[in-house]
Design a protein around this ligand. Structure first.
Ligand SMILES: C[S@@+](CC[C@H](N)C(=O)[O-])C[C@H]1O[C@@H](n2cnc3c(N)ncnc32)[C@H](O)[C@@H]1O
Length: 241
């Protein structure tokens, strides 16, 4: 494991503070400690999907918003180089501990955000991001998507997962209420109603019909888009044009 902290790029005064917008819970030591017990990132299934898209032992991959590294660690066994990027120092600490325990030598950990990560080396074959882009408001999402495009080689694949809303504004009240209602009373081992409410209230998930034109405008072709039945989770295969 190599270790790289923060971006060497000078940050202009107008740049959003990505740590401040990283989500309260992602900066919370207790939440990070219980994260893996409550969220299964289905890393093996994701890896198998990417293998079907050409990922192999020569591939290089950047995981943006890597969190506790469920996918990063799985990918490290299948690629030559994995760069795990996250803006939260608490997540990064947990990630480093897990990498050290697993003993992977081909993971670089970078404490940076979508908007500050400086890619070193040749453009990569795969970019990955799960449940992270919604931490940025839409203007910044577009800038982030354009930056991800520049990390990738032409023809490279960006696997993007996020909470995005696949319904019309008129439906929002009822749909969001139903989504929050599936939350439990506790934060251990499950997502609570309060956490779902916080997501909608304080984070920046957007409508599918706003996200997709942004994706295309930033240099990707949408090869596949699959939404959960409730219309709250989108999983994309994006091809760098
Ligand atoms: C819900 S976690 C998802 C972690 C992991 N991708 C997974 O699927 O389990 C969201 C992660 O995105 C990170 N994050 C939030 N804003 C970010 C940004 N602007 N740039 C990079 N990472 C960010 C958070 O620190 C957190 O680790």
């Amino acid at each position: 494991m190599t270790d790289d902290t923060a971006s060497p790029r000078p940050t202009p005064g107008w740049l959003i503070d990505e740590v401040a917008s990283a989500g309260r819970e992602n900066l919370d030591v207790d939440h990070v400690a219980r994260y893996d017990a409550k969220e299964d990132a289905d890393a093996e299934a994701e890896l198998s999907l990417l293998r079907g898209l050409g990922l192999d032992g020569r591939s290089q991959l950047v995981d943006l918003g890597a969190g506790t590294g469920q996918f990063t660690l799985a990918a490290a066994g299948a690629c030559t180089r994995v760069v795990a990027v996250d803006v939260s120092p608490v997540m990064i600490e947990r990630l480093r501990a897990k990498i050290a325990e697993a003993g992977h030598a081909n993971i670089e950990v970078v404490r940076a955000g979508f908007l500050t990560y400086v890619h070193r080396g040749e453009p990569v074959d795969f970019a990955y991001s799960r449940l992270a882009l919604h931490h940025l408001p839409d203007f910044w999402k577009a800038l982030a998507l354009a930056r991800v495009r520049r990390i990738l080689r032409p023809g490279g694949v960006f696997r993007l997962w996020d909470v995005a809303f696949d319904f019309d504004p008129e439906e929002a009240g009822a749909r969001v209420e139903a989504w929050c209602a599936q939350g439990g009373d506790h934060v251990e081992g499950e997502w609570s109603r309060a956490e779902f409410e916080e997501h909608v209230r304080d984070e920046h998930s957007t409508f599918r019909w706003l996200l997709e034109p942004m994706i295309e405008r930033c240099g990707f072709e949408i090869e596949d888009a699959a939404y959960s039945e409730d219309g709250f989770f989108g999983a994309y295969v994006l091809r760098a044009t």
